[in-house]
Design a protein. Structure first.
Length: 417
């Protein structure tokens, strides 16, 4: 067979196959069926691309009337809402539950505060309570016993005299019908004396916010600084500590330990160096590194001829040179166990540099906690912090209402309930 004949047969076969395919497609189309499209069948001219098919819009559903009604009710005040069957959405109950948690938290704090103030309450409030048990009528003899109880609680002579004068005036006006009335008057006046208006510490006022901590050796000054640093760094603030008690190596070492615990930078110098230079360097370091707070420790006793108060004044002046307005707070740390000596320390430091706040430590270990009343009454300096234990959280911000409630707390009230 010649090549020409073979080629003719192949072409004829191809033509027959094409005709068969065309006939089959037409038959399928007539029957409503479609053959699978091959890639060739689907090709379009280069100038035309098949547009992507968008999903068909779902038919609009009619919102059930019940759902519409529930949506309207959701916009109404909580107390007027009606929860749909099977759905629990009671914000009022959630609010009550949240308040219960807050109350429980406050009660735990109060319980610890009561425990911390137990020695003071036993030496101060218990004595007053015993006087009331002995005498059911109010007379000058009762006032004499009250005066003795207040003096022995280290409230202070001036504050005691003021209290007794107040009671005598109320007695003359027949405002004290029974011991409970005296008790109530004492409690309200103590709360009023302690409630000295003072702005809260606002770290946004300046960066860095500078705190100068002063006090004699042994009152817990460095420990107080460490606890403050722990609390503030835990709140997300970047804290720098200035070890300006350069005459006592133990103070520097103790501050370094707190620095490692709290991950706070400690600026120090060699032993015996000028305390003012340490504070100056600490403030500049804080400014350069974007720190939020600088807490400066200071000497409580100097081993030189220079008086302590003159050195403290110098530190304050240098802080002002390093940062306009510094120090923003001057915190005096007092040991509650020292009683009347604490009042004298307030006077000396206050006269030298002025004070913006008091931190009263070791309240959990003394019956002389009544000194806090004398400090506030005589010097009108707010108590910022109280220490009622060794843990870092035992240094807490002073809350007047909680303090008075814990101080005048009577265990017998719980027993009677």
């Amino acid at each position: 067979m010649s090549p020409t004949v073979l080629a003719g047969l192949i072409v004829a076969a191809i033509v027959v196959i094409v005709i068969i395919v065309i006939v089959m497609r037409r038959r399928k189309d007539e029957q409503g069926e479609s053959l699978p499209e091959s890639d060739v069948d689907r090709e379009l001219p280069p100038s035309q691309e098949e547009p992507a098919q968008e999903p068909e819009a779902a038919p609009e559903e009619k919102v059930p009337e019940a759902a519409e009604e529930q949506e309207v009710k959701a916009a109404e005040p909580i107390e007027k809402r009606v929860t749909a069957p099977g759905v629990r959405l009671d914000e009022s109950e959630e609010a009550v539950a949240a308040q219960k948690l807050l109350d429980a938290k406050r009660e735990r704090k109060l319980k610890k505060l009561r425990k911390g103030l137990a020695p003071t309450r036993g030496g101060f409030i218990a004595k007053i309570g015993a006087i009331f048990k002995e005498k059911k009528t109010i007379d000058p003899a009762l006032l004499d016993k009250l005066e003795e109880a207040l003096i022995t609680a280290d409230v202070g002579a001036k504050t005691t005299e003021w209290f007794i004068t107040l009671l005598k005036e109320a007695l003359e006006k027949d405002e004290l019908a029974n011991p409970d009335a005296v008790w109530s008057l004492l409690r309200s006046e103590v709360e009023r004396v302690l409630a000295i208006e003072a702005e809260p510490w606002d770290f946004s006022k300046s960066k860095p916010f500078t705190i100068m901590v002063v006090g004699v050796n042994g009152v817990g000054k460095t420990t107080t600084i460490g606890k403050l640093a722990s609390q503030y760094s835990g709140q997300g603030h970047k804290v720098v500590l200035a070890a300006a008690d350069t005459f006592r190596a133990a103070a520097v070492n103790q501050l370094e330990i707190w620095g490692r615990r709290t991950k706070c930078e400690v600026i120090k110098s060699k032993e015996g160096a000028d305390p003012s230079s340490v504070v100056f360097d600490a403030i500049n370091y804080a400014k350069e590194n974007g720190a939020d707070v600088v807490i400066a420790d200071t000497a409580g006793r100097l081993h030189t001829k220079a008086p302590l108060m003159e050195e403290i004044k110098k530190v304050s002046r240098v802080m002002e040179k390093a940062l306009d307005g510094a120090p923003y707070q001057i915190l005096l740390v007092l040991d509650a166990t020292t009683g009347q000596n604490a009042l004298q320390q307030v006077k000396e430091f206050g006269d030298a540099i002025g004070l913006t706040g008091i931190a009263l430590t070791k309240l959990d270990g003394t019956a002389k906690g009544g000194v806090i009343i004398g400090i506030c009454h005589e010097y009108k300096i707010p108590v910022r912090f109280i220490g009622i234990g060794e843990a870092k959280d035992d240094l807490r911000e002073f809350d007047v209402k909680d303090f008075v409630e814990a101080l005048f707390y009577k265990e017998k009230d719980v027993e009677e309930e």
